[in-house]
Design a protein around this ligand. Structure first.
Ligand SMILES: [Zn+2]
Length: 128
């Protein structure tokens, strides 16, 4: 899957990666996620199901194809290649993360594909 669109982390408006800032709310867009050679990322809008669920939660799924070096702290962090990282975001804060090896990510794909074929759409993420 190619990433030529991006979702605003603040208001979740979908827009082109040619934008640097959100056309609606002006938030900086996470363009570092669209280096397609090294990784692909997508946001999935959450839906509030239970009382304690966040109002504006979303799931970020990133497939790291290549090793990536992150800067910003005192020492650079090296993110290894070939895994899929899931992070749960509320507003612009990551609440928790987990990475799956590709074998587990493929199992997840097969599980969701199999399960969702048997299930009608009942909960739909809010579209802004
Ligand atoms: Zn926005």
């Amino acid at each position: 899957m190619t990433v030529n669109e991006i979702f605003c982390p603040s208001c979740r408006l979908q827009q082109s990666t040619s934008h640097t800032f959100c056309a609606r709310c002006g938030a900086a867009l996470p363009l570092e996620l669209v280096d397609e050679r090294r990784k692909s990322a997508r946001f999935f809008a959450g839906v509030k199901v239970l009382e304690g669920d966040p109002e504006q939660g979303f799931l970020r799924v990133t497939h790291y194809r290549d090793t990536e070096r992150l800067h910003g702290g005192d020492t650079p962090i090296e993110v290894p290649s070939e895994h899929v990282r899931f992070s749960v975001w509320v507003q612009d804060q990551a609440q928790c993360v987990i990475s799956l090896p590709l074998s587990e990510a493929r199992e997840l794909t097969a599980f969701l594909d199999s399960e969702l074929r048997r299930s009608p759409d009942t909960l739909t993420a809010r579209r802004i």
